[in-house]
Design a protein around this ligand. Structure first.
Ligand code: MOS
Length: 726
């Protein structure tokens, strides 16, 4: 099915199952431990042996000598694989660091070998016996020091409209501020893990991946083998956050090790290795300049940002991504510049670009409101726009930012905010409120799915789409149930296997609307097959309550199945016309209340509210979970998450969950996420935009703005720790 014009009415609009707050259909498996994650697939691979990956002890340089003799002689060891033992290796398209280093080393903890043994302990102990002598070179580890060398990025070109420099110079009110955000680690609960097993020249990997196709494509390139020799299974994934967008050392080294020893090999990247062996969110430096009239109309908006990576054209933490869309203003300019750093590779993490960008933009908007003496909600409403302000020919398909702000303000009790910083106190606690907008692009990508009507009347869904904890199983089940007119418990959903039709995967908050649309298309075909079998005229056939109706004829769906299983498959092809005609993005508003102890500076989040406008909400329960999860991560980003760099040796020092702090239950207060009624027929047949990363944007600024309101201290270098505001 092609999607090239706004969708009219379709069976999803009935919203009997879709749009309902259904429990996760995979929930019981997860809470009883029956959902098997990659490392636990003893059911599929009972005889796997263990690999332990060795990471480089230098950030940059060469391996002079590498001696594996003692390791090979150790008890239980089956083999050691290093770069010497394998032919030339390629690099993937997404993650561009060479997975298996040697003799040249690209970054600290780059994999330099794997030891395989009968038990995990034997492999780990033998890995310690591998002797490596390095020739260390000096490297570039500090973004701030490299800013002078930064260059433009091919995929994030400058944007401009009007004459920013002149409009800014002429503006009666001017703001010129600089913000910094740190490197951050995904910290998914499930570590990167793979079991690999070869059968002849074909390899199967049970692995933790967000996008099965990208992972296969990149593994094929790295191993120099055809992609169709790789089967990947990612049935359950314990969080990804961008860190599992493609293959890392667990998958690559498990495949190499299994081939070398002739046994299935399982590898997890241990927690202490993940931050330096995997990818991370790169730090940013940002400068924002806003010019406005005295009554708060923005005339000039300028945003420059800098980030770094192993390659100047590698993944960019382009904080300027949301800037062209956000607020009205005729004169605008954005620039992103890239420095080369010898740190571990930076790549996608939790709303890449938008998360750090909105932290700065929405902090700056608060600073501007303060300078103008204007309410920050009102400032945002006054500068709302119906069209993309950088490309005024492009209207937003739907943009309900103002409604989000107004609804949130009413619900949160924004009128009780005291504008003057430090103006509200409860005993020893200073109380502050903050607001910020949220935005993330509503993108789509081709996806396919297969649906069967089994002889027992069950509807079986198959696609290589993943569920990374987001609720894909459930919303796909709801889509099939709605389309075929059955209860949700009559639907079986099978995901994450490359033997199933190729899907969009879980990335960029486009998975939900793209993968359900593919299933919608497959169900349209299946309905036609059912109608044909029943001899119904194709156009006026209705599927509801387990019954197929046409005119005054009614047949139970289960009876239609009895003559034999029916199978339909389709790809939903998204035409660029939609995204070229309309600016498509999800919006939201965050409201936060903080309390800061006047004597000790202790900071407590007291309340958080998000109001989101994200098109049709396919399941309010799983959507809410995604948004409050994103807000929790955003709170972590604002208040604690930061990888500390050892700038002498070029590695992330706090590479475990004891020292890389993420929020725990005690840090997170009552959190609400609500959704504005919105249906966007320009996005997909499901008319849904996606929420996964939206809630991550802006929340940090709402917290920072609340801290300012409580204390009068404006923190521009994140995270906001005690020392930054005392
Ligand atoms: Mo996300 S960083 O698009 O997995």
């Amino acid at each position: 099915m092609k999607f090239d014009k706004p969708e009219g009415a379709n069976p999803i609009d009935r919203m009997k199952v879709v749009g309902q707050a259904k429990d996760r259909i995979d929930g019981p498996l997860k809470v009883t431990g029956l959902a098997r994650y990659a490392y636990e697939r003893r059911d599929a691979v009972p005889d796997a042996v263990y690999g332990h990956v060795i990471g480089s002890a230098i950030a940059k340089g060469r391996i002079r000598t590498l001696d594996t003799r003692d390791a090979l002689a150790a008890h239980g060891v089956l083999g050691v694989v290093t770069a010497r033992d394998v032919g030339p290796m390629g690099v993937g398209e997404l993650f561009r660091a060479t997975v298996l280093g040697g003799p040249d080393i690209q970054h600290y903890n780059q994999a330099i070998g794997v030891v395989v043994a009968e038990t995990f302990e034997q492999a780990r102990a033998a890995a310690a016996l591998v002797r490596v002598d390095y020739a260390r070179q000096s490297g570039r580890f500090d973004l701030a020091a490299q800013i002078g060398t930064a260059v433009a990025h091919p995929r994030f070109p400058d944007t401009a409209r009007g004459d920013f420099a002149k409009a800014f110079a002429d503006a009666p009110v001017r703001l010129d501020t600089r913000y910094t955000t740190p490197d951050q680690s995904h910290a998914a609960m499930e570590p990167h893990a793979t079991i690999a097993s070869w059968q002849g020249d074909r390899v199967t990997l049970w692995t933790s991946q967000q996008v099965v196709f990208w992972a296969r494509r990149d593994l094929a390139k790295i191993l120099n083998i055809p992609i169709d020799r790789i089967r990947m299974v990612a049935s359950f994934v314990g969080g990804g956050f961008g860190g599992k967008a493609s293959v890392l050392a667990d998958a690559v080294m498990a495949a190499l090790a299994s081939r070398a020893v002739g046994r299935p090999v399982k590898i997890a990247i241990g927690r202490p290795l993940i931050a330096n062996m995997g990818t991370h969110r790169p730090a940013t430096v940002q400068r924002i300049r806003i010019g406005a009239t005295a009554d708060g109309r923005i005339t000039a908006f300028g945003h420059q940002s800098w980030s770094g990576n192993l390659h100047a054209d590698g993944a960019a933490e382009a904080a300027t991504i949301p800037t062209p869309l956000m607020y009205a203003g005729d004169h605008r300019a954005t620039q992103h510049r890239m420095a080369v750093l010898d740190l571990p590779e930076g790549n996608a993490m939790r709303a890449p670009g938008e998360a750090p960008g909105m932290l700065a933009i929405e902090s700056a908007m608060d600073e501007l409101a303060d300078q103008l003496g204007m309410d920050p909600v009102e400032l945002r409403i006054r500068n709302d726009t119906r069209v993309n302000p950088t490309e005024p020919d492009k209207p937003f398909s739907t943009r309900n930012l103002v409604q989000c702000l107004q609804t949130g303000a009413a619900r949160f009790g924004w009128d009780k905010r005291v504008a003057k910083p430090g103006g509200r106190r409860e005993g020893a606690w200073l109380i502050g409120m903050g607001v910020a907008a949220a935005v993330r692009g509503a993108r789509v990508r081709n996806s396919s799915a297969r649906v069967r009507l089994a002889v027992d009347g069950r509807v079986i869904v198959e696609t290589d789409m993943t569920d990374i904890g987001t609720g894909s199983y459930t919303i796909l089940g709801q889509t099939a149930a709605e389309m075929m007119g059955v209860e949700l418990d009559r639907v079986v959903v099978r995901l994450g296997d490359s033997d199933y039709p190729l899907s969009v995967g879980s990335i960029g908050q486009r998975g939900a609307t793209s993968s359900t649309s593919a299933l919608y298309a497959a169900c349209v075909k299946l309905r036609e097959q059912v109608a044909q079998r029943l001899g119904f005229n194709g156009t006026d056939v209705d599927f509801a309550d387990g019954v197929v109706r046409s005119g005054n004829r009614r047949v139970a769906l289960v009876d239609a199945a009895k003559a034999g299983e029916l199978v339909a498959e389709d790809i939903l092809e998204f035409d660029e016309a939609m995204s070229k005609t309309y600016e498509q993005a999800a919006f939201g508003a965050h409201f936060v209340e903080v309390a800061i102890h006047a004597m000790t500076g202790e900071l407590r989040l007291r309340r958080m509210l998000a109001v989101c406008a994200a098109g049709r909400i396919l399941n309010p329960k799983t959507a809410r979970s995604q948004v409050i999860g994103a807000m929790t991560m955003g709170a972590g980003g604002a208040l604690m998450e930061a990888l500390a760099i050892d700038k002498r040796f070029g590695f992330f020092v706090n590479h475990d969950l004891a020292s890389y702090e993420v929020p725990v239950h005690a840090d997170i207060p009552h959190t609400e996420a609500i959704f504005i009624d919105e249906v966007d027929p320009t996005i997909s047949p499901m008319k849904a935009k996606g929420v996964g990363e939206l809630g991550m944007t802006g929340i940090g600024a709402a917290i920072a703005n609340a801290v300012y309101n409580a204390t009068g201290a404006r923190v521009r270098d994140f995270p906001i720790t005690l020392d930054t505001y005392l």
